[in-house]
Write a new protein. Structure first.
Length: 160
């Protein structure tokens, strides 16, 4: 495949690619993966502490503490994004800060901050779900499909 790409390029383009490869900075992939792993794990550890907080002080069960824990993490990430802390964390950790549920809160509030100069209705209200809207849409749709498959499976096996 690499040879077919070279055949379609002119000699000048191939020469430029060789020249470009000399000056291209090498990305520390392993180092970035390790940073993402530890920062994402640290965010999840904070979430576990929040979950234990709800269980201990508010007498939630492990099953019922999940929703308030997720909401708290999303709120904290939105607060940290507003103060500019989460952006620096994202630059350092990359996907380690974007993959947990805190990345969802960051994506929502970032769009709102970016468009606040256009007003609250057209700016913030119209753009707040620009990125997160697709996450919400596909999350709800996926839950529907899984529930439908589960219901059909139960009906076919005679579970009702």
């Amino acid at each position: 495949m690499a040879d077919s790409k070279k055949k379609n390029k002119t000699p000048q383009q191939q020469q430029y690619e060789k020249f470009e490869q000399k000056f291209e900075t090498k990305r520390p992939v392993l180092k970035n993966c390790i940073k993402a792993f530890f920062v994402g794990g640290f965010i999840c550890m904070i979430g576990q502490f929040i979950s234990y907080f709800y269980i201990y002080f508010f007498h939630f069960t492990e099953q019922t503490s999940g929703n308030p824990t997720s909401a708290t993490i999303i709120f904290l990430s939105m607060l940290l994004t507003g103060f500019g802390v989460y952006d620096r964390l994202g630059q350092f950790a990359g996907a380690g800060s974007a993959v947990p549920v805190s990345g969802f809160g960051n994506s929502i509030i970032s769009a709102a901050i970016e468009h606040r100069t256009e007003g609250f209705v057209l700016g913030v209200g119209g753009n707040i779900f620009k990125l997160a809207g697709s996450v919400i849409l596909f999350g709800v749709f996926s839950a529907f499909v899984v529930a439908l498959i589960k219901t059909l499976f139960i009906m076919m096996t005679g579970g009702f």
